[in-house]
Design a protein around this ligand. Structure first.
Ligand SMILES: [Zn+2]
Length: 288
């Protein structure tokens, strides 16, 4: 399954796995967590005990348009992922949509696996925005971090920014908005730092119902139960931990839907509930 679905007010939310890379040992993605500490959390690993995150994004259909929250890994091949190719275009087609229907692209942050489809090569190989009728949005802190040419960042992120994001800016389709503000009516950025300095979630509201797109504050549902566990991509692990705890404390048992692009499609949409002194992840449709 590459597409999940939920309805929030008048919003139709689709979680799309642009790619699903080969499973890896969880200690590779969570190097500070010993293998044995995963034992109580095996349900979040494959049958073979491996970690296999989706590389996902979200399509939100509303009466006002089609909003894409993050843009996957792109058409590829992506050398960093063993020449993986994203399937977002096909998945959007399955929803009866085309790239031309997208009216807004909201970036949570600018890691390579969130910007991949932002631009694609034309017939002459020149990179052009993939969603020509959309406005693209990014928060100010995140934009400034990448725009100035960051150091201590893995090369594939820097390359993706230059090759894929910069053409959107040069085409005049990118709007940099202040952190925590609303890029599109009904959608408000929420500062959730840690994974990158300007990392933000997006809180969507419709008819009194809410969905928080949490982006990369977690890469696996285990981090709801173990919020002190940090994925190796976190730029500032201590801040990431504090962000997770504040999000779970605020949204647990509130009925707000939470959406995570790196969770498997079977569990990418759900609710956080209080569980003893901590929290639990309750995916939609599992009867939990
Ligand atoms: Zn990511």
């Amino acid at each position: 399954m590459l597409i999940s679905h939920a309805t929030v007010g008048r919003l139709e939310i689709y979680g799309i796995a642009d790619a699903r890379p080969a499973p890896v040992d969880p200690t590779r993605s969570y190097p500070e967590v010993p293998r044995e500490n995963w034992a109580p959390h095996r349900r979040w690993l494959t049958d073979e005990g491996q970690f296999q995150p989706d590389l996902g994004c979200f399509v939100v259909r509303s009466p006002d348009g089609v909003v894409l929250i993050d843009a996957g890994i792109g058409p590829g091949p992506v050398p960093y992922l063993g020449d993986a190719r994203g399937t977002l275009r096909d998945s959007i087609g399955e929803l009866g949509l085309a790239f031309d229907d997208v009216t807004a692209v909201i970036f949570t942050h600018l890691h390579f696996d969130h910007v991949g489809w932002a631009s694609i090569p034309d017939a002459k190989g020149v990179m052009r925005p993939s969603f020509p009728r959309a406005r693209y949005f990014v928060g100010a802190t995140e934009w400034m971090f990448w725009d100035r040419g960051p150091t201590n960042v893995m090369a594939h992120h820097v390359d993706a920014f230059a090759r894929i994001v910069r053409p959107v800016e040069e085409a005049g389709l990118l709007t940099v908005v202040p952190d925590g503000t609303s890029p599109v009516e009904g959608f408000v950025y929420r500062c959730l730092p840690g994974n990158t300095p300007g990392h933000q979630g997006v809180l969507a509201t419709s008819g009194g119902h809410r969905c928080l797109f949490c982006a990369d504050i977690c890469h696996c549902p285990v981090q709801v139960e173990e919020p002190s566990w940090s994925h190796r991509s976190d730029a500032d692990p201590a801040t990431g931990k504090a962000t997770r705890q504040s999000v779970f404390a605020e949204f647990a048992d509130t009925g707000t839907l939470l959406a995570f692009g790196h969770f498997p499609r079977s569990a990418d949409l759900g609710h956080v509930t209080r569980d003893g002194a901590g929290w639990a992840w309750r995916p939609l449709g599992t009867g939990n």
